[in-house]
Design a protein. Structure first.
Length: 331
């Protein structure tokens, strides 16, 4: 087991021990989960869109700060245009600044309009995109770092559907700012490979869903443990909002509706894809209902355990991978 903490542009930027980020998780990434990430030496993000209003966000930030005991944490601001209006996004960023949060993970659309206020307040911006070309645009706009998620990811893989293995090496040729690779990452050897290709870290979602600090029902977590990487579906391509999620009754219904009517609207799909349907599944454990984001890293989801245990396994796997590669070098 490696005792020396890893040092990359990402650990320097965020003050973490490991070059691992726990990406925002709608409904699930609350103060308990994010503080567990912080205590495990990685960076997590309270997911602002999960909270009913800005006051609730402020309370969650304060709760997280208490639980983190001085460790780093951030807030995820998912700016999918249909879900959060511009006005509320402004209010959310104002609260984040006001509460002294030092890093945000943005996603959904460009954070460019909010960069001046965030930079003035010395808030670091990690912007998440689903393609190298969008990463280049975000770098030009002035974000501090980017996360690039590939086709394998849980949640929104975008429209290009290029895999993480290609993104990891391709981004090195195109970017001057630090970048993280995500999408299908759930084993320490993949983290070492990403670092070898030029990434400064990785972003993980799916692999962490079975952590004890994730409040969702045990039946849902048991299904994730049973599921194979082939047990995901892609839905909502027809409305240009592709989501990769756990294959279930809802994904079957939505895929059938989309193939029967290629001009289907998001409003028609809403009764099935609405966030509150998914939230209900997390509460009841009925994983057949709702669009429950999950990606190919289901391959590595093994058991329910504290987040610290998962991170420790990733660290041992990183160490083993480094040794394996070192052993192949003849000098
Ligand atoms: C259940 C779930 C919910 C997610 N919710 C969000 C979200 O609200 N905002 C966001 O930016 N990313 C969200 N993501 C994406 C993750 O932050 C991360 O980028 C992604 O999971 C990485 O790919 P992986 O699942 O293959 O590890 C979600 C992912 C999952 C699995």
């Amino acid at each position: 087991m490696m005792t020396r903490p890893f040092s990359t542009a990402v650990t320097e930027l965020f003050g973490t021990h490991l070059p691992i980020v726990a990406g925002g998780l709608m409904w699930l990434a609350n103060a308990d989960y994010v503080a567990a990430a912080s205590r495990a030496g990685i960076l997590g993000f309270i997911t602002a869109a999960s909270l009913p209003d800005v006051d609730a966000l402020r309370n969650e930030i304060r709760r997280c700060r208490d639980l983190c005991d001085g460790g780093p944490f951030g807030v995820n601001v998912s700016m999918l245009p249909k879900l959060v209006t511009g006005e509320k996004t402004q209010e959310v960023f104002e609260a984040i600044i006001d509460e002294g949060v030092k890093v945000v993970e943005t996603s959904g659309r460009s954070p460019e309009a909010f960069l001046p206020m965030l930079k003035d307040a010395h808030v670091k911006v990690l912007h998440k995109v689903a393609s190298v070309r969008h990463a280049v645009k975000a770098a030009d706009a002035g974000v501090d770092a980017v996360s690039i998620v590939g086709a394998e990811c849980g949640g929104h893989p975008g429209l290009d559907m290029v895999g993480s293995y290609v993104n990891a090496a391709w981004a090195a040729k195109q970017l001057k700012i630090p970048y993280l690779i995500g999408g299908g990452v759930g084993h320490g050897s993949q983290i070492v490979a990403a670092l070898a290709m030029g990434a400064a870290g990785v972003v993980i979602g799916t692999r962490f869903l079975v952590a004890d600090e994730i409040w969702a029902h045990a039946n849902y977590k048991e299904r994730l443990i049973e599921a194979q990487p082939t047990d995901t579906d892609l839905c909502m391509q027809s409305v240009r909002n592709t989501v990769r999620s756990l294959r279930n009754e809802t994904t079957a219904t939505v895929k059938a509706m989309e193939s029967e009517n290629p001009n289907i609207t998001i409003q028609e799909l809403m009764p099935y894809v609405a966030g509150k349907v998914g939230r209900n599944a997390y509460v009841t454990g009925d994983w057949q209902q709702g669009i429950l984001s999950a990606g190919h890293a289901l391959a590595f989801v093994e058991q329910r355990e504290p987040l610290k245990g998962i991170v420790s396994q990733l660290t041992s796997e990183m160490s083993a991978a480094i040794n394996r590669v070192a052993a192949t070098v003849p000098y």
